[in-house]
Design a protein around this ligand. Structure first.
Ligand SMILES: *[C@@H]1O[C@H](CO)[C@@H](O)[C@H](O)[C@H]1NC(C)=O
Ligand SMILES: *[C@@H]1O[C@H](CO)[C@@H](O)[C@H](O)[C@H]1NC(C)=O
Length: 655
């Protein structure tokens, strides 16, 4: 039909497209391996070149042994138990068959058959069922004879290789039973070796080794033989529990012998020894030791775990195989080279093995845990070695104490210290003090994280500016990162800051004219100083005197110290000092007044001198009199007396 109407093809039902040929394609995976009891997926995909119409789709799965096991026909699915085809997946070209709880009888070849419209495609896929053997090594005694029985159970397929070894040599005289079928279709068999032990057999290592397709590496179980009287412990022959090892091609190269008597192992891995904290950026060495009977091939591997990540660090760095060491099973998650700076070394002694791990911690190592493992890895080695936690630490670096530019409130001086590069976050205690008086300050609040993961913070303390008086005063800060950490101290001497400012002292101001007997005020303006504290005096040098003398507050002189007023920013003080006195000609004329100011920021006092005082005194004028002597006689002499004036000289008298 389709062939008859090729031009109409795109409009036709997919059924007819199939008939047009070569539109249906199918793919199957050649094989799938699945462990007994797991879920297997037999992969089969198909494509029709356009959206799939379930109405014309038919899918069948056939087992070579059992015929059709699953089918889907025009929207209807029928499956054997444990098998499943997803209708949803079918509509997107996925005809894979899910086999749940894989059983031995599922092993075999399957055919995936897809029909779309008139076209049919099929492909084959094989399911290999695998079951790994379990082994146990037993000893049976009858009189002088001893039988070693290696029971290998639960394996599939049947092909396997089982060997008994003594001191890593194959034992020739062992017998092997024929495989028995178990109820689940897996196989079991037993290897037996019977002999009469003598004293010199004590300590011999017997092992049972099995190779099987379901195992990545041979499975080995072994133990050391004990013979009565050969050893002070005097245990019964072979009263030893063996360990199961998964080993490389070399075979039974065990790592150390676990001889459990009363639950104690004869060989044990110590805890990791290391510092309680690791200082950031400083190389640290961790140690662990193994005591007891250790086999030559044994090596210590360091395991580092952090969250989900697990890394093994072996001798000569991560990923490197230890010397004389066969390949052993890869850990679940190994990131070789992720910790390139971590180096592991080990040293053998008569009593055991000592392993060291050296690295330079970074912040990223914080919280990681480390432990020692013996390689080849023991699957049944008793207690798990404890994990040692890396706790990274970096003390803060203190900046010098600084005075912040903005003073708020203005009567308090803000001192700040910057704490840099500490880890972990948090500062236990910061205490500020001045002149031995302490002020506690709790944690700083402005933590910042640095690029390297460390933290920085600033602590600010506001000291009352009133208490600053001397350049030798010291502000101290004491920082304790953790409660047990030694305090780190910083100190600032007030004299080293730019806080201290000397005063500017103005010229002395006084009234234009000084008149004897009338009170006068001299003023001296002092600006720009810090701190507030100020000393000063007024002095007077009398006319003709060599030295000036201080004026006290007395009846003759009243000192007006003035009120210091802070500038708006708190960093400067202004004050006006005054001296009030009532001048007299004799005392004050020609005298010189000095305003002298002392301040911590001044090496020498600043003195401002007035000019020599010019004291004026107006004349007292007596009544006009007629003098008794008239000369010349034709003129009447009138006289007036001017008294007590200063200075000398009357520029103008008019009659
Ligand atoms: C196909 O479908 C099965 C379920 O039947 C599913 O498990 C599988 O992931 C699907 N495959 C793909 C490639 O989507
Ligand atoms: C499993 O199936 C494959 C493929 O049919 C076959 O070759 C093999 O012998 C089977 N294994 C066993 C143990 O039956």
């Amino acid at each position: 039909m389709g062939l008859g109407a090729p031009l109409l093809l795109p409009l036709l039902h997919p059924l007819f497209l199939g008939a047009a040929g070569a539109m249906l394609t199918l793919y199957t995976a050649p094989e799938t391996r699945a462990a007994l009891g797991s879920v297997a997926l037999l992969k089969c995909r198909f494509n029709v070149g356009r959206p799939i119409d379930p109405a014309v789709l038919r899918v069948r799965w056939l087992s070579a042994a059992a015929g059709p096991v699953a089918q889907y026909d025009q929207g209807q699915g029928t499956f054997e138990p444990r098998l499943r085809l997803s209708e949803q997946e079918l509509q997107i070209g996925n005809a894979s068959l899910e086999v749940q709880d894989v059983a031995v009888q599922d092993n075999g070849t399957y055919t995936c058959e897809v029909a779309y419209g008139t076209e049919t495609q099929m492909g084959k896929t094989t399911l290999w069922v695998l079951a790994a053997p379990r082994i146990s090594l037993d000893q049976r005694m009858g009189g002088a004879e001893t039988s070693l029985l290696c029971h290998v159970g639960g394996f599939f397929p049947e092909d396997m290789e089982a060997t008994l070894l003594r001191d890593e040599q194959v034992l020739d005289g062992s017998t092997r039973s024929s495989p028995q079928r178990n109820w689940d279709g897996t196989f079991s068999l037993t290897l037996t070796y019977t002999f009469t032990p003598v004293r010199s057999d004590a300590g011999a290592i017997f092992a049972c080794r099995v190779r099987h397709p379901a195992l990545g590496q041979p499975l080995v179980e072994e133990f050391a033989l004990e013979v009565p009287g050969s050893d002070r412990t005097g245990a019964a022959i072979g009263a030893v529990v063996a360990i199961v090892l998964a080993l490389g091609a070399v075979g039974a190269s065990g790592y150390c012998w676990w001889q459990r008597r009363g639950g104690k192992a004869a060989c044990s891995v110590s805890k990791v020894e290391g510092p309680e904290r690791c200082r950031l950026g400083q190389a640290v060495t961790l140690r662990c030791s193994v005591e007891g009977k250790i086999r030559a091939h044994t090596a210590v591997t360091w395991e580092r775990t952090q969250g989900e990540d697990r890394t093994l660090i072996q001798k000569d760095g991560p990923g490197a195989a230890p010397e004389h060491q066969p390949a052993f099973p890869a850990p679940s998650r190994l990131f070789p080279g992720q910790f390139p700076g971590w180096t592991s070394t080990q040293e053998r002694s008569k009593t055991g093995l000592t392993a060291s791990l050296t690295f330079t911690p970074t912040v990223q190592d914080h919280g990681a845990r480390v432990r020692c493992l013996l390689q080849p890895e023991a699957r049944d080695s008793g207690e798990e070695p404890e994990r040692w936690e890396i706790r990274v630490w970096a003390p803060p670096e203190l900046s010098g104490i600084q005075v912040l530019p903005r003073w708020d409130p203005p009567d308090q001086v803000p001192f700040a210290v910057h704490l840099h590069g500490f880890y972990p976050r948090g500062i236990h205690r910061i205490a500020w003090s001045m002149d031995g008086e302490a002020w506690e300050r709790s944690e700083p609040s402005d933590y910042a994280e640095n690029k390297d993961g460390t933290f920085s913070a600033t602590s600010v303390w506001r000291g009352p500016s009133r208490r600053l008086a001397r350049p030798e005063q010291r502000v101290r800060v004491c920082v304790q990162h953790g409660p047990a950490d030694p305090p780190i101290e910083g100190e600032l001497s007030i004299g080293d800051t730019s806080l201290l400012r000397p005063p500017d002292v103005s010229a002395i101001s006084w009234p234009q004219s000084v008149t004897a007997g009338r009170a006068v005020t001299l003023r001296c303006r002092i600006t720009g100083r810090f701190p507030e504290l100020l000393g000063g005096t007024w002095l007077r040098r009398d006319r003709g005197a060599a030295h000036a003398a201080a004026r006290q507050d007395s009846a003759g002189h009243r000192l007006l110290p003035g009120q210091p007023a802070p500038a708006a920013d708190g960093k400067r003080f202004v004050q006006e000092a005054g001296l009030v006195f009532t001048p007299s000609v004799r005392r004050d004329h020609g005298a010189e007044y000095t305003c002298r100011v002392e301040h911590v920021a001044l090496v020498q006092p600043v003195a401002k001198r007035s000019a020599e005082l010019q004291v004026r005194a107006p004349p007292d004028v007596s009544g006009i009199q007629v003098l008794p002597r008239w000369d010349p006689p034709d003129q009447v002499p009138f006289a007036v007396r001017l008294h007590g004036f200063h200075p000398r000289g009357i520029p103008r008298i008019a009659w």
